[in-house]
Design a protein around this ligand. Structure first.
Ligand SMILES: [Fe+2]
Length: 282
């Protein structure tokens, strides 16, 4: 599979509607009764054949508690792309095909250095090596957002291959090569300061990480969000819709608006863009 460097959004209108209907416990029939939008038209949208009008999208957004502007933008294929500001360190998105989708891992390090920190470890060492930047030869640490095959499959292989001293996983995660890290814990590697946020919702054990370079006078922070939030959507609330929603709001309001979001799927975005447009943030 060819992996685009600027990937499309992870979720289309249909995915967002389906996730929101699960969250609200509504079927196409019950949503149709609430909104007056015909069930067949809702199903068409979920099947990526949306013909919904702006008025219908507004009715659906109101009934599902979604951001109306963002939902209408998705519905017209014009979800706003964030302007990514300058970061005080280098970030390499590592995009790897997995099943029918693409999952992201990230290397973060001082620009010009051969050392970096890895966030998520992809499906396996082979998949990682296929997209690994030549300039990065040493790993100071690995941090996992959550333990699912496309995000954590390569952890033990990566630890062995790079003789990594520190591999961190969310508290409660079953990962043999990692040690737990949770809310408020901060680790320092060279110029990078990495703070964990405990963010269950998509999975019971899920972390986000905020990366700063305290010595840098300017530059934004990076939020490695795993499957908590994507550009234009959020992860599925497979463990708890309520906790995912609570953590989504909590974390995005805890960091500056210019913070760059590096999600587990889809393109980079910013906190400002998602607070304004993300369908799941109202
Ligand atoms: Fe994922």
């Amino acid at each position: 599979m060819n992996i685009p460097s600027n990937p499309p959004l992870e979720d289309e209108l249909g995915d967002v509607l389906e996730k929101a209907m699960h969250r609200a416990g509504l079927t196409d029939e019950s949503l149709a009764v609430r909104t007056g939008v015909r069930a067949g038209r809702i199903l068409d949208a979920i099947d990526y054949r949306s013909d919904l009008t702006t008025d219908e999208l507004r009715l659906l957004a109101a009934a599902l508690g979604l951001n109306e502007v963002g939902l209408c933008a998705l519905g017209t294929g014009r979800y706003p792309q964030a302007e990514i500001g300058v970061l005080p360190f280098c970030v390499w998105p590592l995009r790897m095909a997995h099943g029918i989708g693409v999952a992201n891992a990230y290397l973060v390090g001082e620009c010009g250095s051969d050392r970096a920190v890895l966030f998520d470890s992809g499906a396996g060492l082979g998949a990682l090596e296929a997209v690994w930047p030549h300039s990065v030869r040493r790993l100071d640490a690995v941090f996992l957002t959550h333990v699912e095959p496309e995000h954590a499959g390569g952890l033990c292989e990566v630890v062995a291959r790079f003789a990594v001293q520190a591999a961190f996983v969310p508290r409660g995660a079953e990962a043999p090569c990692g040690r737990p890290v949770g809310e408020g814990e901060t680790k320092v590697f060279g110029p990078l300061e990495i703070t964990a946020y405990t963010t269950p919702g998509h999975a019971a054990a899920h972390n986000c990480y905020v990366v700063r370079a305290p010595a840098a006078k300017t530059g934004a922070r990076l939020l490695v969000s795993g499957d908590l939030v994507f550009a234009g959507s959020a992860g599925g609330g497979y463990f708890s819709h309520e906790q995912l929603q609570t953590n989504l709001r909590r974390v995005l309001h805890a960091v500056p608006a210019n913070t760059v979001i590096a999600p587990g799927h889809g393109p980079l975005t910013t906190v400002e863009n998602e607070l304004r447009y993300n369908p799941f943030l109202v």
